[in-house]
Each structure stands twice: as C-alpha cells, then as structure tokens.
Design a protein around this ligand. Sequence first.
Ligand code: SF4
Length: 350
Amino acid sequence: MPYFIRESIGPAAVLSSRRPMVNDHYLSTYTLGVYVGCEFGCPYCDSWVHTPRTLDETIAVPVDLPQRLRSRLPAIAPGELIGITALSDPYQPAERVHRITRGVLEVLAEQARPALIMTKSPIVLDDLSLLQQMNRSSLALVMTTLLTTDPLLAGRLEARTPSPAARLAMIADLKRAGIPVGVALMPILPYINDNLLSLRTTLTAVARSGADFVVWDYLHMANARHRHRLHDVLARLGTYPPSYYRDIYQEQPTVSQRYREERDREIAAICDDLGLDIRAPHRIYAGKLAPHIEATLILRHAAFRDRVHDRVLLAAHHRELAAAVFDGTYDPADLRRSPLYSLLAPLCGG
Ligand code: SF4
C-alpha cells in the first residue's frame, strides 16, 4: 500500500514548458502530470528514473492542481493540446478517492481546451460524460498502453495494472461512447514482445477493439539502475543470450537504428494488413487544433509513413517542412511540392 501525501504544488509546476516540436505520438505541445508517483509501478517505466521519490511507494496528491491550471491556461494559446501523460497514470487507484484528474478535466472542459489522456485504467470510464462534453467542444482523446494480450506475460511485466482484456474492453466502451482512442504498443521489449506472432496477435486485438490508431516505441534504459531493474524482470521470464544488450542496444540507452528500422517496417506492414492507422488519423483532430499544429501533425505523420515505406526523400521533405510550418518560417514553394498540398494549403492560409 503506498503512502499518500496531500500537498500544494506551488505555481511553477502545473504544466511543462512548451515543447520545441509537437509530439508525434500524443499530439501535444504541453504536458501535465497529475499525481507524482504511480501505484502501478511497472518495472519498465521511465518514471523510475525521473520521479524524485520511489515511484510506487509514495504518491503525491496535488490538491490545488485544478485551480493552478485555471490560472495558468490564459497564457496558453487555444488549439494547443495538453497531454496528460507525464510520468504517472492519471487514473491510478488514487483517483477514485481524490478525483484530481476529474478536477483537471473540468477546468479543460470549461475552457474548451483539447487534451489527450493516457491511462491503463478503466477508472477513466467514470468520467465518460465529461470526456464526451470535452470532445464536443474541442478534443478529448484517450490512449492506453498495451504490450501484449497474453495475461501470463502481462502479469509478469506489469502485475499491478488492469489486465490486457480489461484495457481492450475499456477501448470498446470508449469507442461506443464516441471518444477517439489510440493504443501505445510500448515498450517493445526485444526478445519478449517483439516477435512477429506476438506483434500480430496484439495488433489484431487492438484493431478488433475498434481503436482508431496505434503508435509504438522501444524499451528505453536510461541508466544502470534501470537496466538492473529490467534484468530482474527478464530473469523471471526466461533465459536471454549474453549478447542481448550488446547486439540490440550497443551500449546505448535505446535500440540500434537497424533494429528500429526493421521492426518499424514489420509493424507497419501488419497494421496495413489490419487497416489500422499507425499515427492519429487527421479525422480525429481536424478543426480541433490550431491550424499550424494540424498541418505540422499531418506532415510529421506523413514523414513517418514515408520513412517506414522507404520513401526516403519524401520523408526528409515532409520532416523539414513540418519544422518550418510549426515555426511559421516555411517557403510556400516547398508546400506546393508536397503531395499533401491540397490538405495543407487551407491550414497554412493558402
Ligand atoms: S502505469 Fe504508466 S506511469 Fe504508471 S508505472 Fe506503469 S508505465 Fe509508468
């Protein structure tokens, strides 16, 4: 049982500073963390590295977060999406008691601010009518993480989180209520959930649940302590070759470029077979974000698809154009060179 601390967060820490580039996965330019610490305590979570207290033992409950957010929002341009994604689950069990996430969503709903909520927990369904209200006036997008559909493997990788079946049912419930939903296949753990059978099984379940899109990323090992924690998990799962990290990580915190590109292509091919979008499709955020952010996302997502389908030059063009559109420094002639011109021109004032 974790130890809870109810505390004021002070004026400084409500939102992250504005990102230098909109986040491809989460569509966000700002990030908001609700609780500090996470009762789910997944061993692969990056939060172990970034949270000042032991991740799953002490949970700070920021009692004045909704009020602080209300006074901070006038400084944020409308149409900039806030990702409630940072370092803890906003619907961990503490939310049933403290309802800080609900308070945050009420403030965002009052001001018609677009938001993305990342959670593994069906407690999010308690706020369904609030999410519907938000999604009518701006955008309320929910994302959940799914590593596998195998309950035994999930039990070993993330024992305290809601089961994969519960998360798939949650997606279906959200979709029935008209809420857009994405799935993060994260992290992909080499040798654990990265084989073709596992990827296809998980992605098929995602497609059948009705999710709108999927994104993915690979296990990150920020430092030696995190690496040891993950070694312990792997030791409980099976025997791994001594070259495990040397081959795939090459002493870096993330997987090698070659491994990433091969796996990206495999996953994209499975998603194409299943008709599953590999980034948030434009229909979800069309007319709901600032026009230059919409255009930037269209370009960034196109660049990713171009890269995984080996259209290298077009990928580079779309990536560079996205940066220029985001900064407002693009050359209209570059915009006309894109096959997406007819979609982009109205958003860029053309
Ligand atoms: S639920 Fe999310 S934030 Fe919480 S420990 Fe697991 S990965 Fe980290």
